[in-house]
Every structure is written in structure tokens, then in C-alpha cells.
Design a protein around this ligand. Structure first.
Ligand code: NDP
Length: 340
């Protein structure tokens, strides 16, 4: 039997009542050539899933990133005990074929991790790791000694961006996140030079002043995870030839109203100072089409330069709570759901 998570469309903050679980049978005997069974070890909860929940009006199966172990196989490519990361439906058991898995994004974690540390494949060696890597290395293109500002600095992506910047590329790093506890973690554990508690700040003008002071005259790069006043303050503080990577905008994901106007940005400054603002999606790096995310992140992880805090719950029935934590800020680091 497999157990699958289904959702209806929530308005505003997603609540556990918007989700339910259905069971169905899977035949795992007499596997055809090229087929194999993947047992889910852990599932991811990611902010981007919120936008998918805005469409459709009947409960439908949820899909996202999982790490699984091959438990039965008639495939040379996917033998028993292989550990695989993939984008698949949130089910506990998958009957797959080589052809089927080639149509989704997947990456082989077997050389890098064991079943016991499978959650690494959702964080540093998974989609957030590829996002931090691609967005920072290839979109922002850092130079040693430059100053980076990154929002949601205690989160999965933000914390890794800051660590790559500091420990691999030799940048000065200023973060922003909510609350004194997270601020302390960002500085003491992740090694950021400074961090701003955005919950104590009233708006873009105040955040601009604080950022100007902390950066001692301006930032060279901004890694955007949240939107709103963070974007405004970053643009106001951005130096000539500055770069901005637009990764996410979580402050808007539960809000159905129109995106508010950004009032304080001087667009002409962007022209004459050759600034660049670029949106991106992690897929080329996760699939290996661009860069060497898996090899590089694994090496930096082993050298102790980049890690990802994990916020773990157990059981598929806890997934909705884990998902909600992303929007209330309950999590520090990667939200993972372990499947028993
Ligand atoms: P995080 O681990 O950063 O978790 C989400 C965090 O967002 C919360 O812990 C909370 O931290 C913060 N947050 C929630 N609401 C707000 C708000 N209104 N204002 C400011 N901060 C808020 O998640 P991820 O690391 O997985 O994702 C970070 C961002 O990256 C998201 O925007 C996501 O959509 C984006 N993303 C984009 C990808 C791409 O390919 N472009 C791929 C992966 C992620 P706090 O307590 O500090 O408020």
C-alpha cells in the first residue's frame, strides 16, 4: 500500500485541515524490465508549493521533492539500495520505470549519503542546496571582499547562501531574519558578520538606514528570498555594478491581493550605475545542466564550510504542520518530513 497526501486550495495561511491522506494499493511483485520500487525515506516541504495550491478546486495529489531508497528492482540503472532524490508525488511508495523517472528531475545520492542521513538530500545536497549554489555563484557572480545581504538568513536557502559567501568566496555577509534567537544562530552558528531582526523594523526607510550602517556604505549583492521592504532597502543600498538575485518572495505567497507598489526605489540610479536584477529557478543546477552543484556542495559540506540546519518532523500526517511552519517562521533550516 502507498499513502498519498492530497490538498484542497487554502486561502491565506495553509492549515492542516486543507490536507488529507489517501491510501491505495501498489503491486510490487513481477517487476517488468526497467522497473523498480522506490520507498520514500523523507519528503520536503517547500515554500514554492504554496503557489500551486492556488489553482484547481478539488483535492488533488501533491508532488514535491523526496529522497527514496530502491527496495526492489528489475533495472540495471536503479539497483536495490540506491538512494535517489527526485520530484515525485508525495507518496510513501513509488512503482517506477527508467522511462518514467527520466521524465522527472532526479539525482543519484548513492555515492554521497546513506539511508540514515537521507534528509541531507533534501537540504545541502538537494533542491535548496542547488538554489543557493546556482543563485549565488552563477547569478550574483561574487568577487572576494564584496558585501552580500541575504534575507530569510536562518532558512535553508538563505543560510547556505551566506555560508558559501563567507566560507568559500570570502565575502562580508549581512543577513536578515525574524527574532533574536534566529539572529543569534545566524551569527554564531552560520558565521554571518551581522544580522538584522526585521521584525523590529517598521518599513523600507528604516531598513535602508540600518543596512547602510551595517554595510558601512552599501552592499554589492542582494539575495532575495522574501520581497517587500527587504527588496526596497536592498535596492536603495545597492552600490554601482551591484547585483540582485530574485530567488523567492515568501512574504507575498499567502496574499491574494495585488502586489503592493514599491515606493522608494530610484530606477534611474540603476541605469547609470549598471546594476543588474535577475530572477532564476534552481532546476538547471539541480539537474546538473549548469555547474557542479552536487560535487561542489558535497565537498564544501565535508570540509565543514557549508551545512544546512534541519527542522525534522516524523510521519506523512505531520507534513501539513511542517508546511505551515515555513510561513509562520517556526522552522530554522530545512523542513524535512521523515517517513517511517
Ligand atoms: P526557509 O527555510 O527560508 O523558510 C521560510 C522562512 O521564510 C521562514 O522560516 C520565515 O523566517 C521566512 N518568512 C516567512 N514569512 C515571511 C515574511 N512575511 N517576511 C519575511 N520572512 C518571512 O525556506 P526556503 O529556504 O526553502 O526558501 C527561501 C525562499 O527561496 C522562498 O521564498 C522560496 O520560495 C525560495 N526558493 C526559490 C527557489 C528558486 O528556484 N527560485 C528554489 C527554492 C526556494 P523568519 O522567521 O526569518 O521570518
Amino acid at each position: 500500500q502507498t499513502v498519498t497526501l492530497v490538498s484542497t486550495i487554502p486561502s491565506g495561511l495553509p492549515e492542516p485541515s486543507h490536507f488529507s491522506i489517501v491510501s491505495s494499493d501498489v503491486t510490487t511483485s513481477n517487476l517488468e524490465t526497467g522497473s523498480f520500487v522506490l520507498q520514500t525515506l523523507c519528503m520536503s516541504a517547500d515554500p514554492y508549493l504554496r503557489s500551486g495550491l492556488k489553482t484547481g478546486d478539488v483535492p488533488r495529489p501533491l508532488s514535491g521533492f523526496i529522497v527514496g531508497k530502491v527496495t526492489a528492482s528489475n533495472s540495471e540503472k536503479y539497483p536495490v539500495n540506491n538512494i535517489i532524490g527526485a520530484a515525485l508525488p508525495f507518496s510513501t511508495l513509488h512503482l517506477l520505470s527508467e522511462e518514467k523517472i527520466s521524465k522527472t528531475i532526479s539525482w543519484d545520492l548513492t555515492p554521497h549519503i546513506t539511508e540514515e542521513d537521507a534528509t541531507l538530500g533534501l537540504g545541502v545536497l538537494g533542491m535548496p542546496g542547488a538554489t543557493a549554489y546556482g543563485g549565488f555563484i552563477d547569478v550574483l557572480r561574487p568577487q572576494e571582499g564584496e558585501t552580500l545581504f541575504v534575507s530569510s538568513a536562518a532558512g535553508a536557502v538563505g543560510s547556505m547562501v551566506g555560508q558559501i559567501a563567507k566560507n568559500v568566496k570570502g565575502c562580508k555577509v549581512i543577513g536578515s531574519c525574524g527574532g533574536p534567537e534566529k539572529n543569534a544562530i545566524v551569527k554564531d552558528k552560520f558565521g554571518f558578520d551581522d544580522c538584522i531582526d526585521y521584525k523590529t523594523i517598521k518599513g523600507a526607510e528604516e531598513l535602508t538606514k540600518v543596512l547602510e550602517e551595517k554595510s558601512e556604505g552599501g552592499i554589492n549583492m542582494y539575495f532575495e528570498n522574501v520581497g517587500g521592504m527587504h527588496f526596497e532597502a536592498a535596492m536603495n543600498t545597492l552600490k554601482p555594478h551591484g547585483r540582485v538575485a530574485i530567488c523567492g518572495c515568501i512574504s507575498r505567497y499567502n496574499d491574494d491581493s495585488a502586489t503592493p507598489k514599491l515606493n522608494t526605489i530610484d530606477i534611474s540610479k540603476m541605469i547609470y550605475t549598471f546594476q543588474r536584477v535577475e530572477g532564476f529557478v534552481c532546476m538547471p543546477w539541480l539537474s546538473g545542466a549548469r555547474g557542479k552543484f552536487l560535487e561542489d556542495m558535497n565537498e564544501w559540506r565535508k570540509e565543514g564550510k557549508v551545512g544546512c540546519e534541519q527542522w525534522v518532523v516524523e510521519g506523512i500526517e505531520k507534513w501539513p504542520e511542517a508546511f505551515q511552519a515555513l510561513f509562520t517562521g517556526k522552522n530554522t533550516g530545512k523542513v524535512c518530513v521523515k517517513i517511517g
